[in-house]
Design a protein around this ligand. Structure first.
Ligand code: CO
Length: 150
């Protein structure tokens, strides 16, 4: 079901400072920047490895304190927010995981970074780890997605 770790989502109070850290310490490169008003974040994806086995660091800055990432920062501080796993068929994965008893934050896939279809699983049923499923752009269940450049 899970084919690789797609990305690690990291909550940060200052996106530009976080990007500068990953660029200077690890030599990573920003491959996508988006504002996702539905999720209340400004974000950057930095490539760790290239396609077809691409993986990323996803840096997330809240648009407002009263957003999921804003509340996370207030409660836990800067750090790892979620893990995103790649799946070949997100609809099938959600159905199978739902049957296992894990609660789904998203019953149906929604639009994520770089045109992917994504869905979150409830951390309370996964040892406290907010978990995201990612079906990359070009996969079967994907719908066209518009993203806003920063
Ligand atoms: Co993510």
């Amino acid at each position: 079901m899970l084919t690789r770790i797609d990305h690690v989502g990291i909550a940060c109070p200052d996106l530009e400072a976080a990007i500068a850290r990953y660029e200077s310490v690890f030599g990573l490169t920003v491959v996508s920047r988006e504002t996702n008003s539905e999720q209340g974040v400004r974000e950057a994806m930095l490539a760790v490895s290239a396609a077809p086995a691409a993986s990323y660091v996803q840096l997330l800055e809240p648009l407002h304190p009263d957003t999921p990432v804003g509340r996370f920062l207030a409660r836990r501080g800067e750090g790892i927010h979620h893990i995103g796993y790649a799946v070949p068929d997100i609809t099938a994965a959600l159905a199978a995981i739902g049957e296992s008893g894990v609660r789904l934050v998203d019953e149906r896939p929604r639009h994520g970074s770089m045109g992917a279809s994504i869905a979150f699983l409830h951390p309370s049923d996964l040892g406290g780890v907010l978990t995201e499923l990612v079906q990359a752009r070009g996969g079967r269940a994907l719908q066209p997605c518009e993203t806003k450049a920063i």
